[in-house]
Design a protein around this ligand. Structure first.
Ligand SMILES: C[S@@+](CC[C@H](N)C(=O)[O-])C[C@H]1O[C@@H](n2cnc3c(N)ncnc32)[C@H](O)[C@@H]1O
Length: 273
């Protein structure tokens, strides 16, 4: 079996190591966009669910930036993540911020609590799952976990994005990606190299060396990550296969997308009938 095929163990091991180390700094980097994403989530809840959204599940909550944010806004929240280090960071953060969120370690393809939630988030996770069976299992489980009239919000990176980003076909064809981002208190230099790319199945293994400068020093990581490249149509078909209807895509978290959106991120909202 080659590593582009169903290598669930290898993929989960790489994921666990990658997010264990980087999750905390990644959250600091994207804290500006998180507020906008939370506003979008509340818009999606109001617009797409048939009833008032009260209870929310995040199936790969990372260190909790969305699920804690929603708890602060008054929702009853549950977050789970496969990486124990991420769950620990989320727990510490919830305690520090004085907010209650039920936080669990678990795989996004295995959820409990059938018909319990008004909304389920699957953000930046589908492309990390090892294969089609896992993506479908995750979406089927989300469908089961939702009340009828409840919604899923999921997103994936768009490989056809024409600008500069580590997941764009441009970077993949070039074989590497360099970028420097500065936010208050942190400078993040990404040095990413494609280790392997399977153009038939659209699967890439990246070797990533983020160099992160913060007030507590300079941190250099070296990690591997595997990503599946999904198009708009792939996600549409997965959602339909899992039983979702009335699927709407909002490129780049924009409530009113411009005529030609940048489409760096494809954000899908869909309801369980
Ligand atoms: C890119 S981060 C996204 C975190 C958060 N949803 C966000 O958008 O900021 C991906 C997260 O998925 C988690 N993850 C990867 N594979 C998983 C799986 N099979 N089940 C649950 N979580 C998983 C990782 O540990 C990581 O925290």
């Amino acid at each position: 079996m080659n590593r582009f095929e169903n290598a669930k163990k290898t993929v989960l091991k790489a994921t666990r190591s990658y997010y264990h180390h980087l999750g905390y700094y990644e959250d600091l980097l994207v804290s500006e966009s998180t507020k906008h994403e939370l506003d979008f989530l509340e818009f999606a809840f109001r617009t797409h669910a048939t009833h008032r959204v009260k209870e929310v599940l995040d199936v790969a909550c990372g260190s909790g930036r969305h699920i804690l944010g929603l708890a602060h806004r008054g929702y009853k929240c549950t977050g789970q993540d496969y990486t124990p280090g991420q769950v620990q960071v989320a727990k510490a953060r919830a305690k520090r911020e004085g907010v209650f969120v039920k936080l669990l370690q678990g795989d996004a393809t295995r959820l409990n609590d059938d018909g319990k939630f008004d909304a389920v988030l699957a953000l930046r996770i589908l492309f990390l799952l090892p294969d089609d069976d896992n993506v479908l299992a995750c979406l089927h489980q989300v469908h089961r976990a939702l009340k009828s009239g409840g919604i899923i919000v999921c997103n994936v990176a768009n490989p056809f994005y024409n600008g500069e980003n580590w997941f764009s076909l441009k970077s993949i064809q070039r074989g590497h990606y360099f970028n420097e981002v500065c936010v208050p208190g942190m400078r993040w230099l990404s040095i990413d190299r494609i280790e392997d790319f399977d153009p038939l199945h659209g699967v890439a293994w990246w070797q990533e060396t983020p160099v992160i400068e913060t007030s507590d020093g300079i941190h250099v990581f070296r990690e591997h990550e595997r990503l599946r490249l999904f198009t708009y149509w792939d996600i549409l078909h997965y959602l339909q296969a899992a039983g979702f209807k009335q699927i709407k895509c909002y490129p780049d978290w924009k409530i009113k997308p411009p005529k030609k959106p940048k489409a760096e991120w494809l954000v899908f909202v869909s309801r369980k009938d």
